[in-house]
Design a protein around this ligand. Structure first.
Ligand code: ATP
Ligand code: MG
Length: 651
């Protein structure tokens, strides 16, 4: 970052507002008073949530232990078990309630009740024990989106083992790195996973990873795709064999609130992934409380978080939060465009989904494919929508609102991170008027600030660095095996505050607008310009589906704006459009942010979680040697863009 770094400019203004309907407000789980109540006694607020929502084996008397900050502890004399909270305690009243409606990519389906899930988790937990897995041992899980994935996580939680889920789209190298970092004892995988009609050979990837991971004693293999796989005698075991004949009953270990629950590596947008550590009691408090209030969950909701469980969104909002809250969820195995671009809308229609949560990258893909796919389906069951993962461009928000939400469903734009464990900045749908592109305000009990480089609060109307003022229950406890990196990464930049690495501005109403990572901020002629604002201006053009901008060295202005633009289906990228896009940016934001170069491309380099990877575009723009692309989903596109960028027009 440049030394002259100042608070980030506030350039784009968005004036549309969307209050929730009276009907929504009348039935909402949270009303506006929750903010003042939480603020009046924030520790009491979290204690109440923890005691009311969780079934403790021993109730905590401690709330927050800050004696060794930033190594905070929450509810540290409490004892509980997360699988017990997600399953056992629902059996008497809700045993026959559906936990998951699961949809396989080829079209097969499974309906799993809480009772069935409990039984399967018990059998697999007993199997894990028989394989020597004990409390505190690390278990790596490398699976697609099949029911055995939450079963495996909950079986670990039940016996006190620590799971480390590795997204099924990762390569064997990424898997090996993560197994080694966590020193995992057992790996759970499957023969293959369905993706867009073909089989991804998870077992083959697992084999080449495990060849480099001497800590792995056994590999448990779920049969899913029926492809041929090599099984190593003594080491590899079929899941179906290890659970066969096992009893359903398996005691739920009594865990301390601060025992490790899981390790999860961040998605790697900025570089080396970090093994984020989450513990039990505080994590579950955050997951349940936010799931209840942000998604306004009611007993009869059919709730669908369309993320992958390999990311934190899936951990917190497909597995732990919704199951502990006794919610019925939908889980889909495959690609959103298989067999056609309307697969998700078909599933919403089939199951009567009421709450739907996805990422801006998915929404921009839906926009690119065209309105006719959602418009051909009855989506009237939807009453609430959510987004997470990146800043959402206001035009994408409006599209989501109109085409998926029927112009009525509130949208919760939820800002949070792997590190935060649960949602931090978000509207509460019945209590907050939303503005497209704004995550609105901190969740009750959370306080944030936007500060300049010296840590001084930036007045409303200005931009700067987002900081979180005080600890919260579901916060990460450390980076696995690297306490120093934990302190250095998150707690060193601003004294006593958590620094997530994101830029943010606040408008005159105090609404928070996330501006992307501070590493992506451009410095153009002395102005700090966020990539998000320029991208949103480009996406506001009706021909544009998606845009990424980066700063590149410029002799006159220090940095110049370089844009990469994906057009909506059927739109021609010609010289006239190029001029039009420049004018749009000048018009929406000001001439200072006009892109100096624009490259039209069919796709943008993304991480495996679908986020735009700007550092690669920066490398292309600077014609540098390309950085690390191992966590990149579509590596070919980088070469393609690089070739085009070298021939693109400039002013
Ligand atoms: P890495 O930390 O390894 O670079 P990552 O930050 O992409 O990867 P995640 O923890 O999955 O890994 O993502 C959290 C980040 O995603 C946030 O810090 C923020 O930059 C972005 N983000 C998530 N939700 C939102 C949102 N609603 N609005 C804006 N940005 C968001
Ligand atoms: Mg991050």
């Amino acid at each position: 970052m440049a030394e002259t770094q100042q608070a980030i400019e506030n350039l784009l203004s968005e004036t549309r507002v969307f209050p929730p309907s009276e009907e929504f407000v009348a039935g909402a789980n949270a009303t506006a008073s929750i903010y003042e109540e939480a603020e009046a006694d924030w520790l009491g607020f979290w204690r109440d949530q923890a005691l009311e929502r969780i079934t403790w084996f021993e109730e905590p008397t401690e709330i927050l232990d800050d004696s060794n900050a930033p190594f905070y502890k929450w509810f540290s004399d409490g004892r509980l078990n997360l699988a017990y909270n997600c399953l056992d305690r629902h059996l008497d009243t809700d045993g026959d309630k559906v936990a998951y409606h699961w949809v396989g990519e080829p079209g097969d389906t499974r309906t799993i009740t809480y009772r069935e899930l409990h039984a399967e988790v018990g059998r697999f937990a007993n199997a894990l024990k028989s394989l020597g897995v004990a409390r505190g041992d690390r278990v790596a899980i490398y699976l697609g989106m099949i029911p055995e994935l939450p079963v495996a996580m909950l079986a670990c939680a039940r016996i006190g083992a620590v799971h480390s889920v590795v997204f099924g789209g990762f390569s064997s190298d990424s898997l090996a790195d993560r197994i080694q970092d966590a020193d995992a004892r057992l790996l759970i995988t499957s023969d293959g996973a369905w993706r867009r009609g073909s089989v991804v050979s998870l077992k083959a990837n697992a084999d080449s990873a495990v060849a480099r991971c001497p800590s792995i004693e056994h590999v448990v293999v779920v049969r899913r795709t029926e492809n041929e796989v090599a099984m190593e005698e003594g080491r590899d075991l079929w899941y179906q064999d290890v659970v066969a004949g096992r009893p359903e009953d398996c005691p739920a270990e009594s865990m301390n609130a601060e025992d490790l629950l899981y390790i999860l590596y961040t998605s790697g947008t900025t570089g080396t992934p970090k093994g984020i550590v989450h513990t039990q009691g505080g994590y579950l408090t955050g997951a349940m409380t936010t799931h209840h209030y942000v998604f306004d969950i009611k007993p009869d909701d059919v709730y669908w978080c369309a993320a992958d469980i390999g990311w934190v969104t899936g951990h917190t909002y497909i597995v732990y939060g919704p199951l502990a809250n006794g919610t019925t969820g939908v889980m889909y195995e495959g690609a959103p465009n298989f067999p056609d671009n309307d697969r998700l809308w078909q599933i919403i229609e089939d199951y009567g989904v009421t709450v739907f949560y996805t990422a801006p990258t998915a929404i921009r893909a839906f926009m690119k494919w065209g309105d006719r796919y959602p418009d051909a389906h009855d989506l009237s069951s939807i009453r609430l929508l959510g987004t997470v993962g990146e800043p959402i461009n206001p035009e994408a928000w409006i599209w989501y609102h109109e085409h998926i939400g029927g112009g009525a469903a509130p949208i919760v734009d939820t800002w949070w991170q792997t590190e935060t464990g649960s949602i931090m900045i978000t509207p509460l749908p019945g209590a907050v008027v939303t503005k497209p592109g704004s995550a609105t305000r901190p969740f009750p009990g959370i306080t944030a600030d936007v500060v300049d480089e010296d840590g001084n609060s930036v007045p409303l109307g200005g931009g700067g660095f987002l900081t979180i003022d005080r600890p919260w229950p579901s916060m990460l406890r450390t980076i696995y095996g690297d306490d120093a990196r934990y302190v250095e990464t998150y707690w060193s930049r601003f004294e006593g505050r958590y620094f997530p690495g994101d830029g943010c501005k606040r408008d005159e109403d105090g609404y928070y607008w996330l501006l992307g990572r501070v590493d992506d901020i451009m410095l153009v002629a002395g102005h700090n310009i966020s990539t998000t604002e320029v991208e949103s201006a480009l996406v506001s053009h009706p021909g544009v589906a998606e845009a990424a901008v980066v700063g590149r060295t410029d002799a006159v202005t220090g940095q110049a704006v370089a844009a990469f633009v994906t057009l909506r289906q059927g739109v021609e990228g010609d010289a006239a459009l190029l001029e039009d896009l420049r004018d749009t940016v000048a018009d929406k934001i000001g001439p200072i942010a006009k892109p100096k170069s624009i490259v039209f491309t069919d796709d943008l380099p993304k991480t495996r979680s679908g986020k735009i990877m700007r550092r690669l575009l920066r490398d292309i723009s600077e014609q540098r040697r390309l950085g690390d692309v191992t966590t990149l989903a579509n590596a070919d596109i980088v070469e393609e863009i690089a070739a085009k960028a070298s021939t693109s027009t400039e002013d």
